[in-house]
Design a protein around this ligand. Sequence first.
Ligand code: GLY
Length: 378
Amino acid sequence: MTDKKILIIGGGIIGLGIGWQLAKSGASVTIYDSAKAGRAASWAAAGMLAPLAEAHSEEPELLKLGTQSLACYPQWVEALEADAKMSVGYRVEGTLIVGLEPDDTHQLRHLYTAQQDLGLDVEWLTGREARAVESALSPRVTAAIRCATDYQVDNRLMVKALRRAYQVCGGVMHENSTIERIVVENGVATGVQTQTSFQAADILILAAGCWSAQIKGLPETIVPPVRPVKGQMLALQMEAGITVKNVIRTVRARYPTSVYLVPRADGRLIVGATSEEMGFDTRLTSGGVFELLRGAWEAVPGTYELPLLETWAGLRPGSRDNAPILGETPVENLIYATGHYRNGILLTPITAYEIAKLVLTGETSEIVAPFQLDRFLK
Ligand code: GLY
């Protein structure tokens, strides 16, 4: 418990997660969001909890962070569902990464070898074996990697639950309230200037996703290097005979967009995502939607028949090295929790636990040390 007044800029899943943990400990916490909390990247995401499927051998520290956050999920979900009194759609069926032609199989084999070298729990399947696991897969599937421990959560339900849990624990929320600037005096963050007033705070946490670099008032050298990376997405309605249980990801060596299909308990099948450096543009394009529909149809031909429920685009907060920025900054009382890029939902529990720990005890675990802002300042 701390008697410090904590102010969080950004009511996305990261800000809400940290806010919930701090409010739960009895702290005084206020979140400011420039729009409606949790309706940006947290809402747009697919909810894959995929440290293995997204693992790159050159990012072992990020893989470790993701794996540890995934390990926190059962305890996180249990506590959150208890506080919010609702389900967050946590599912543990696993992920299949599939290839559809020889070039894909080659790329898949390369990924499999890298995953094995990292000691990950993965299994190589032939096309036939993959179809035995997921009968809706195309006869064209040549091979697959089964990542039995890459799970999923319904991110929209988790946002709703976090919002509820945060407020049940006493957290205060200001929506549609833009922070004009962070106020720094003599190297110490003292509060924020909103559109109407100065709000003092003892601790400021910047968790504004891809908008984190837009907020004024920070010394130029420590502005977090975070940019928006657009992802177009859509949702189909699964029907009798065309149901998918596992998360399915494609590896497409000769196409610009590999896709993922994420089945929800309510019958929605989320299909994503493009990855585009288009600034803050969130318009859908026919090419983007075409690539998603084609990718989904190639992997699961039955998707051709399914009703199209929704299309949308979100902005991932990508840092300069695409890893999150977590922890203290050279400005006293200013903490960053941003830049989660493709792994925001996965990394929510570890971020929330570690940033809350930092606020309450002044310390973080070794695992977050590589993710401090200082890596960009050297
Ligand atoms: N994590 C999936 C995505 O960013 O599209």
